[in-house]
Design a binder for this molecule. Structure first.
Ligand code: IMP
Ligand code: MG
Length: 434
C-alpha cells in the first residue's frame, strides 16, 4: 500500500491539516516528519475546532497511530500541553508515538530565536519565535539534545552541561543577556522526559512494519515548500533539517525514497505569507482585506494559527507554484479555499514575471532579484456563486471549472482534490488520492 506525502506548496498555511484530516480516513499511520511547533494546523470536525502545532491531525480518528518523527523539533512543554488539552476534550492520545531521535527545543533556543531577530533589526526574518531555527542549528552543530536523552539523568545532565557551557558564553557575550542555569533546566526536562516516556518508540520500525503489512501511511509536511531551506526564498525561510518539502519526508521518519509512492501538494486558490520576505503577487488593496477577512467571524480569516499575525495576501503565483510542483515531484495538487473566491467578480493568476522589461518564467534564486520582479497576470471571470455545498466537479460553476483547469495547465499537475470549506466533508474529490 502506498506511502503518501502531503506537503504545502506555497508559504505555509495552505490547509495541509485539513487535507491530512480528510486523507487520514484511509491511513493507518499519520506521521509528522519535519519542523516543530512553528507550524499550526486548524482542524474543524464533529468534536470541535482544534489548533495543533505538533500532534498530527490523524489523532481525531480512533484507530490511527500518530507519529512525531525523528525529523521534528519538539518543545516538550508545548507537546505536553497539546496532549493535555486533547485529553480534556475526550480525545484518546494513547496512539501517539514520538521518535527517540527527535530534537528537543530547549529554553536557550527560544531565547536565541528572539535575540537573533532583534539583532537582525530591519533584516528580521519574522520567525515565529518558538526556538525552532536555533534548535536545528544545534542539531547540525552536533550540540543538540534528543528526546531519548530526556529519559535518563546520566544521559541528560552531561548533554545540558556541554550545551550550556557553549550557549551561555554566546548568550552573555554576544547578546548581553542573562545565562541559563543548567541544574534547574536538567530537573525540568527530566520531568518532561518521564511524562513523555510512554509515547517514545522506534518510529522507523513502526512506519516500515505498517507499510509492509499493507497499511496506508501518510507523511505530513509542515509549513510550505517556498520556506524550504534549499529551494525556498532564502534567507527568508525556515530552518528545518530535514526540510519540509517532500524530499525531507523519507529522512524525517527513517525510510528510503523508494518507499514513497505519491506526493500531494496543497495550494491555496490564492496565496498567503506570514513573516518577511519576497512575495511577488502581494496585494495591498481592498481585495487583500476581503480575502483576509473572509469567514473571519468563524475564525477562518487569514491570521496565523501560531502567532495570530495577519497573513500577507496575494493572487495565486503560478510561477512559484510550478517550481514547487517540480522540486517536490508532485503527483497531485489539492486546491484549498476555493470558496473564498466565490464573491470575487474576477480572479487573477500570475503566469510569469517581468524583470527589467523581460518576461521570465522561473523563480529567481537571489532575493534582491526576486524583490524586483513584477507579476504578469491573466484575469479570469469569477463565478459569483457559493461553492460550499458542491461535492462533484461537474456541479461547480463553469467559471470555477475553468479556473481549476487553468491552474492544472500552469502548474503542470492534476488537481485531484478541491476544498470548498473547513469541514471534513466540504471537498470535491476529482480523483481519489488513495
Ligand atoms: P521560523 O520557522 O519560526 O524560524 O520562521 C521562519 C519563517 O517561516 C517566518 O517567515 C515564519 O513566519 C515562517 N513560518 C514558520 N512556520 C510557519 C507555518 O507553519 N506557516 C506559515 N509560515 C511559517
Ligand atoms: Mg499553519
Amino acid at each position: 500500500m502506498p506511502i503518501v506525502v502531503v506537503v504545502g506548496g506555497q508559504w505555509g498555511d495552505e490547509g495541509k491539516g485539513r487535507i491530512v484530516d480528510l486523507l487520514a480516513r484511509k491511513a493507518r499511520v499519520v506521521a509528522r516528519y519535519s519542523a516543530g511547533n512553528n507550524a499550526g494546523h486548524t482542524i474543524v470536525n464533529e468534536r470541535g475546532e482544534f489548533k495543533l502545532h505538533l500532534v498530527p491531525a490523524g489523532i481525531f480518528y480512533p484507530e490511527k497511530t500518530c507519529v512525531i518523527g525523528n525529523g521534528v523539533a519538539v518543545d516538550p512543554e508545548v507537546l505536553l500541553g497539546e496532549i493535555g488539552s486533547l485529553q480534556d476534550k475526550g480525545i484518546d492520545t494513547s496512539r501517539l508515538v514520538i521518535s527517540d531521535r527527535a530534537s528537543v527545543i530547549m529554553p536557550w533556543h527560544r531565547l536565541i530565536d528572539q535575540l537573533d531577530e532583534q539583532l537582525r533589526g530591519d533584516a528580521a526574518i519574522g520567525t515565529t519565535g518558538k526556538g525552532v531555527g536555533p534548535c536545528f542549528v544545534d542539531k547540525v552543530a552536533r550540540r543538540g539534545i534528543r528526546i531519548g536523552d530526556l529519559l535518563r539523568a546520566d544521559d541528560l545532565a552531561p548533554r545540558i552541561k556541554s550545551a550550556l557551557d557553549y550557549q551561555n558564553r554566546v548568550i552573555t557575550g554576544v547578546y548581553g543577556a542573562e545565562p541559563i542555569d543548567a541544574g534547574g533546566c536538567c530537573e525540568r526536562y527530566l520531568e518532561y522526559g518521564q511524562r513523555l516516556a510512554p509515547f517514545v518508540a522506534d518510529v522507523q520500525a513502526l512506519v516500515l512494519d505498517a507499510h509492509r503489512r499493507g497499511e496506508y501511511v501518510l507523511l505530513e509536511g509542515a509549513q510550505g515548500s517556498l520556506l524550504d531551506l534549499d529551494h525556498g526564498t532564502y534567507p527568508y525561510v525556515t530552518s528545518s533539517v530535514p526540510s519540509s518539502s517532500s524530499s525531507g519526508a523519507a529522512l524525517g521518519v527513517g525510510i528510503g525514497p523508494t518507499d514513497i509512492q505519491r506526493v500531494v501538494g496543497v495550494f491555496k486558490s490564492y496565496c498567503t505569507r506570514v513573516g518577511n520576505g519576497p512575495f511577488p503577487t502581494e496585494l495591498f488593496d481592498e481585495t487583500a482585506g476581503r480575502l483576509r477577512d473572509h469567514g473571519k467571524e468563524y475564525g477562518r480569516g487569514e491570521y496565523g494559527t501560531t502567532t495570530g499575525r495577519p497573513r500577507r495576501i496575494g493572487w495565486l503565483d503560478a510561477v512559484a507554484a510550478r517550481y514547487s510542483v517540480r522540486f517536490n515531484g508532485l503527483s497531485a495538487v489539492a486546491l484549498t479555499r476555493l470558496d473564498v473566491l466565490d464573491e470575487m467578480p474576477s480572479i487573477k493568476i500570475c503566469t510569469a514575471y517581468e524583470l527589467d522589461g523581460e518576461i521570465i518564467e522561473a523563480l529567481p534564486a537571489r532575493q534582491s532579484v526576486l524583490e524586483r520582479v513584477r507579476p504578469v497576470y491573466e484575469e479570469l471571470p469569477g463565478w459569483m456563486t457559493p461553492t460550499t455545498d458542491v461535492r462533484n466537479f461537474d456541479d461547480l460553476p463553469p467559471q470555477a471549472q475553468a479556473f481549476i483547469r487553468r491552474v492544472e495547465d500552469l502548474l503542470e499537475c492534476p488537481v485531484d482534490l478541491i476544498s470548498v470549506g473547513p469541514a471534513r466533508e466540504q471537498a470535491v474529490i476529482v480523483n481519489p488520492i488513495f
